[in-house]
Design a protein around this ligand. Structure first.
Ligand SMILES: Nc1ncnc2c1ncn2[C@@H]1O[C@H](COP(=O)(O)OP(=O)(O)OP(=O)(O)O)[C@@H](O)[C@H]1O
Ligand SMILES: [Mg+2]
Length: 797
């Protein structure tokens, strides 16, 4: 037995790592070493049991998590780790389908459609069906129904919809056409990457025997978030051998909205009788304060199985709370907190700012940029979502498969070739009538006969481009293929002719795409030749496109030293020295849809899921956890954007005040005593956290910060310019006034002051009027004179 693999494991972890054959379920809270168990178990199987790496399949939820797992395995196993199948469910599905493409009716180089492609396809099908987009369903609504059916691994013919459900009937009809259109285009969507392998395996015993025979061990991380289709896929792959090891935490189930089903965990030992269940109870990640806070939130979930983690670490730092007047002030305080964290030597990539919805990232970005703190938004698809990058990808996908109509429609007139929408419509009608792809219609004399000569010539040229790419490019290295596509399509030349800033930026993005493809080729060079006889690897270009398509929400690399900004969903499984959790307000976290038509039971379930999300966020922190909220937040109401007053999150009220430090606890006790007396309107008090260093997070105490009991319903004035607080005797409490701080956002500026704006850059103040939140300044920027709200300006010191 390799001792080193068993060192640094507690008894329960060791039991799971050493478990022999048969089903194993590791059920444990956050940071208890579940992922570590998977990694060490795989290493032991390879090193001590002689299992061949490609006979092991491990699935995780995000590419980032898969990447980290692979890194840890490489450290333990060296080169042998390369041939392990460690990936996301979707990446596994894609890999499976490339090998079994013919059975699924797809070409091996099938394209993977993203949401944008899906929406365009549905809109086109709506048009064919004579259905108006939005009545009764929008394309996105229809797609979300289709997604739900796919999560349950249902094919169109198996979907049951009541005859009274008009929308459902339409969605079902659409589903059928949609699948047919995908097959015709030689494409699959994300759902198909799971449904198709699942159904192929379930329905073909010989195929199942082959695949279940090859994987001697199947391991699943974050098992609580698998949907029924993924669960069935796992079951089929486990086969009769039943060597499945699943690890999960029911408290961290956060994908119910995507069809994940916690009953997978609860019913696991019914499907796999004789399952060994291992529970882990020691947390190795967080301080006791952080664990207590997380427990206070999660333990109030309505439906939950009680479990509690313990740690032998100290209480550590108290929780910190930041309160901003609005989301910009909140963001600015977080930026200051992050700066202080870096100031104490914490590397940027050990700091994360987490939030509930993507929309919250904008003010945070602006504040970090203004504070010159390097950050990265962990949202992998953003680069590949740029129009010019998608255009290039569409040419490449056409090179592999000219029948992909969605790609053809995207680029037939890019760069502009004077091929108008009317021409495309005519071709579309012809293609639909004849049941051929657009690519063939273009070359069809009958289809183009009535077109004007100029349009005909342009179409002919476009057809030649696609034909030449299709003939030459598919087998090339990805880097060269991308270059050829950019050159032959004319995309790059057109941008180079144009000298506008925008064109330059787009050309740079295309250069970046070439660089990414070259890096991909280089990485392939480092790949050892497969020892797995069944391992047919597609040519580099197809693999490169697949990698782009599979970049999920949560998967961007976090470059060294940069602070990570991401949603709570994306933070799953990760850990950071310091975590800032933003937007602890009712409505933001827990998130509430403005138009909720939920039943009370659904509302309870939704609230429990928000609680679990909050728990996931808090348990990402190793040493320091800062919570923040805004008193009002810009939202979109009926009359357009407007400010909404926000109440502190109910989750904040669940936290024992002591976790914020003794001074806060004392203040809350005093507040309780005051609350017992007749209510008095109390002015807000802003205090520096006792003993805090300059620039450190401070805590605002004015009775409405969400800590401790809710204040009686007589609201005091908020944030008034002359707010005064009382001292807690004997403590070095520092008070200062938010609106009077010199040379900070929100303060009026002197004429001639140098200021910085997040998007407009540096400038000089020409004049300033108004006061406080409403103050506006006229500023001379490089791009011209602009009137901007002072809150968005930072003095350039
Ligand atoms: N026995 C141990 N001794 C020391 N450190 C450990 C031990 N087990 C786990 N750790 C460390 O604790 C941290 C959390 O472990 P891990 O990420 O495996 O937990 P997890 O249960 O998967 O968490 P999550 O639920 O958030 O995914 C990691 O930094 C890991 O290296
Ligand atoms: Mg984990």
């Amino acid at each position: 037995m390799s001792e080193d693999l068993l060192q640094d494991l507690n008894d329960a972890q060791r039991e799971a790592v050493l478990h022999g054959d048969g089903p194993l379920l590791v059920l444990a809270g956050a940071g208890s070493g579940k992922t570590r168990v998977i990694v060490h178990r795989i290493a032991r199987l390879v090193r001590d049991e002689g299992v061949i790496p490609w006979q092991i399949l491990a699935v995780t939820f995000t590419n980032k998590a898969a990447g980290e797992m692979r890194e840890r395995l490489e450290a333990l196993l060296g080169l042998a780790a390369q041939e392990l199948w460690v990936q996301t469910f979707h990446a596994f599905g894609a890999r499976f389908l490339r090998r079994e493409a013919a059975r699924a009716g797809l070409p091996p180089s099938f394209a993977i459609y993203d949401t944008d492609d899906q929406v365009r396809l549905v809109k086109r099908l709506f048009a064919e069906m004579g259905v108006e987009d939005g009545s009764p369903l929008t394309a996105r609504e229809a797609l979300s129904r289709i997604d739900r059916w796919k999560n349950a691994a249902l094919r169109p013919a198996e979907v049951e919809v009541s005859s009274y459900d008009v929308e459902g009937q339409l969605a079902r009809q659409l589903y059928e056409r949609y699948q047919a259109a995908l097959l015709r285009a030689g494409a699959a969507d994300f759902g198909d990457l799971i449904v198709m392998p699942t159904r192929l395996l379930e329905e073909d015993a010989a195929l199942r025997a082959r695949w279940a025979g090859r994987f001697r061990h199947v391991l699943v991380d974050e098992f609580q978030d698998t949907n029924p289709a993924q669960y069935r896929l796992m079951k089929a792959l486990a086969g009769a051998r039943r060597n499945v090891c699943v690890v999960g935490d029911d408290d961290q189930a956060i994908y119910r909205w995507r069809g994940a089903d916690v009953s997978n965990i609860l019913g696991f030992d019914q499907d796999f009788p004789g399952t060994r269940v291992v529970k882990l109870e020691q947390n190795y990640r967080s301080t006791r304060t952080i664990l207590d806070a997380a427990h206070a939130v999660i333990s109030r979930a309505k439906r939950r199985r009680e479990k509690r983690l313990w740690t032998d670490r100290d209480a550590g730092a108290a929780l910190a709370l930041l309160v901003g007047e609005d989301e910009h002030a909140e963001a600015e305080r977080i930026a200051r907190g992050v700066a202080a964290e870096r100031g104490r030597g914490t590397p940027g990539d050990e700091i994360a700012v987490l939030y509930r919805t993507n929309a919250q990232s904008r003010p945070l970005e602006a504040a970090l940029r203004a504070a010159r703190i390097p950050y990265v938004i962990v949202r992998g698809t953003s680069f590949y979502e740029r129009a010019e990058v998608k255009d290039a990808a569409a040419y490449l996908r056409l090179a592999l498969n000219p029948a992909s109509d969605i790609d053809l429609e995207r680029v037939v007139n890019r760069p502009a070739r004077k091929i108008g929408e009317k021409t495309v419509e005519r071709l579309r009608a012809h293609a639909t009538a004849k049941g051929i792809p657009l690519y063939e219609a273009i070359a069809d004399r009958d289809a183009v006969a009535e077109l004007k000569p100029a349009a005909r010539a342009a179409l002919g040229e476009f057809h030649d481009i696609v034909a030449s790419l299709h003939a030459d490019v598919p087998a090339l290295d990805a880097g060269i293929a991308v270059q050829e596509a950019l050159k032959r399509s004319g995309l790059l030349a057109r941008l180079e002719e144009d000298h506008s800033d925008e064109a330059v930026e787009r050309a740079e993005n295309l250069a970046e795409l070439v660089a990414a493809a070259r890096e991909f080729d280089e990485a392939l060079l480092g790949e050892a030749p497969p020892t797995d006889p069944d391992d047919v690897r597609p040519p580099p270009l197809a693999r490169f496109l697949e990698q782009i398509a599979l970049l999920g929400e949560a998967d961007a690399e976090t470059p060294e030293g940069r602070v990570a900004l991401m949603t709570l969903h994306a933070a799953k499984g990760l850990e950071f020295e310091a975590v800032f959790l933003a937007g602890l307000e009712d409505g933001t976290l827990p998130y509430e849809r403005p138009w909720s038509d939920q039943t009370p039971v659904e509302r309870d379930e939704a609230l429990d899921e928000e609680r679990r999300l909050c728990y996931v966020g808090m348990t990402r922190a190793k040493a320091r956890l800062t919570l923040s909220l805004a008193r009002r937040r810009m939202g979109y109401g009926e009359g357009g954007p407007s400010y909404r007053q926000m109440e502190p999150s109910r989750f904040l009220r669940d936290l024992p005040p002591e976790l914020f430090g003794e001074a806060v606890a004392r203040e809350v006790r005093a507040r309780e005593a005051r609350a017992a007396a007749p209510p008095l309107a109390r002015p807000p008090v802003v205090r520096r956290h006792p003993g805090a260093l300059e620039g450190e997070p401070h805590i605002e105490l004015d009775g409405d910060d969400g800590i401790g009991p809710a204040r009686p319903s007589t609201p005091g004035p908020r944030g008034g310019p002359s707010a005064r607080g009382e001292r807690i005797s004997g403590e070095p409490t520092v008070e200062y006034d938010l609106d009077q701080r010199p040379s900070r956002g929100g303060a009026p500026f002197q004429r001639g002051a140098r200021v910085r704006h997040a998007s407009l850059g540096e400038g000089i103040v020409l004049s300033c009027e108004g006061a406080g939140m409403e103050a506006k300044a006229t500023v001379r920027f490089d791009s011209g004179d602009r009137r901007v709200v002072c809150r968005f300006l930072v003095a350039d010191e």
